[in-house]
Each structure stands twice: as structure tokens, then as C-alpha cells.
Design a protein around this ligand. Sequence first.
Ligand code: 5AD
Length: 345
Amino acid sequence: MIEKLEKMLICRGEDEERLYAEAKEIKNQTIGNKVYLRGLIEISNICTKDCFYCGIRKSNTETARYALSDEEILEAADFAYTHRFGSIVLQGGERSDREFTERITRLLKEIKKNSNNELGITLSLGEQTEDTYKRWFDAGAHRYLLRIETSNPELYAKIHPNNALHSHATRLKCLERLQRTGYQTGTGVMIGLPFQTITDLANDLLFLQSMDIDMVGMGPYLEHHATPLYQHRHLLLPLEERLRLSIHMVAALRLLMPDINIAATTALQAIQADGREKALEIGANVVMPNITPTTNRTLYKLYENKPGIHEGAAESMRKLEESILKSGCEVAYGAWGDSRHFQSR
Ligand code: 5AD
């Protein structure tokens, strides 16, 4: 199996065309051509973690820190609701102090109330205790994204500080906690990291399958100059190759797991304007338009050349709608777009 996946990841020419065609067909047969929207609200770039690849790591003193106010978050959620996005994602730097976790609980309840329980809520707020995951679930969140970043513990150790706060084992435990709590659980990896091999990526795909994951968000690694991993940039594949590899990962994953939700991530668009469309065309079925207030969007930079940071929400929407149609898909307005995989469990 592993060799077959490795071949898929590096194939070219006719084999590549066949991979795309098969992935597209299996997607359309299994879950159809609908694309679900999640309004992405980047609530804060304050982070207790120090991941070597990430622009909002704690030790990056070049970045001004912000946290959206309750009103800003509620307003953004309301924008998603009135524009019939169906669901939102609250994403932010990792914090687990009580003030923070309780604030999230309050906001979740408020968002559910303001939207007559209609807006679906995904959280992407990192590693937390089982108790916190439970409280947030009970307050109305029902999907959670926590990327494993890489399924290879040795590679994980190379791209994170060597301490208990950055442990691959804990990350795995958190994914299990999320599944136990009842969340639709999403994870994913970065593609094209320094020191990463094709075998690592094929193993990542097998990992996603063995974890019986419901949703996946994965995209190319993009270097950020104010991070330690930047010193290894000479090891990186050219950007177009990282993009191509990411698209192959999406197609291969769709073949492995036909009924899960796969996001066409922003990092794809950072390399090529229509990077997300290509992913939608051959296998992805979710996009996460950024609806963070524009003034803060420039500060939430996990990597450089982040696209769309100066666009208003309405402008991003219009562009997105256009690009989804171009990729032969249709926008599913007003739907939660739960993972078919989770539903049929
Ligand atoms: N390039 C690409 N993706 C990144 N992330 C963080 N930093 C980078 C980067 N430099 C991704 C991680 C994290 C998610 C929120 O963003 O996978 O889980």
C-alpha cells in the first residue's frame, strides 16, 4: 500500500491525469460536487506555543499581538449567519488559561443563541484538557480541527521545541480526546516541510485512515522569515512542487477516504491564485473564507504572502463563489456540511 501511495504522490503525465480523474469521480459519486463554507474567524494571534515553523510563535517579537473583542467575534459570526455560510471556524493561537477557556464557552453559547442554533461551529484552538473539550462541546461546538502536522514523531521533534508543551504523543492523545467527546474530528499535515520525505507523506495518509478521521485540512508548508525553520529553506522544494504535491495528497486521500470532508486550504491559494480551485476540482469539498475583521487579518500570519489580507469579507465572498463555480462545483449555502463519514458511523 505504501509504495502505491508513494507512486501516486510523485506521478506525472498520464498517471497524474488518471489520479485526478479517479479522485474527482469518486468524490462526485460519493459526496457530490457541493462545496461547504466555513467562515474563518481568527480570534487572536496570542500563542503560548513556540513551533519552529509558525509566524505567530510566542518568541516572534516582530508580530504585534491582538485579540478580537467579544463584539467583533459575535459580529463576524453574525455576518456568516446572515450570508448563509452554514458554519464558522473559531481559530486562534493556543491558550488554555481559565479566563480564555471560559470566555470561549460563553461565546459559543452566545453564537448559538444569536443564530437560533442554526450556525455550525468548528473550533481550532489547539491542545486542551478533556474537560475543556467537553465544556466547549456542551456549549455548542461540534467539530474540532487539530493538525497532527506530521505523523512521523521524529520529524515532529525536528520542527518543534523539545519540551512537554510540544509533544507528538500529547497531540495524538488530544485527537483521541476529541473523538471520545463526540466531536467530528479533523486533522492534517503540512506538506513539503524540510526533512520530510515522500514516505513520510504516504504514511501521513495511512495515519489519517487509521485514525478514522472525519475531516482533513492540509496544505503546503510556507516559510516565514521570523521563524527558526527558515534557516533550512535551502532544503525546500520549489513552491510549484509543494503545490503539486499538496494537490496529489488531496487526490490520494480522496481515494483512500471517499466520504470525509477535505478542505481546500488557504496555503494552496498563497502559492497560486487558483490553488484552492484545483483542490476542489479533484477532491476537496470545503473552503474556509476568511471573515476576520480586515484590520487584524494582517497580524494573523502563520506564513508570509498570506492571500486576501486586505480584502473585505464581501469581496472575498464574491471571488470565492466565482472560483467554486469555475472548478465545476456548487456552493451549498446555509448547510452545516457535516462529514458524511461521521454521519454514517
Ligand atoms: N506554513 C504552512 N502552514 C502553517 N501552519 C502554521 N505555520 C505554517 C507555515 N509556516 C499551519 C499548521 C497549523 C495551522 C493552523 O497552520 O499546520 O496547525
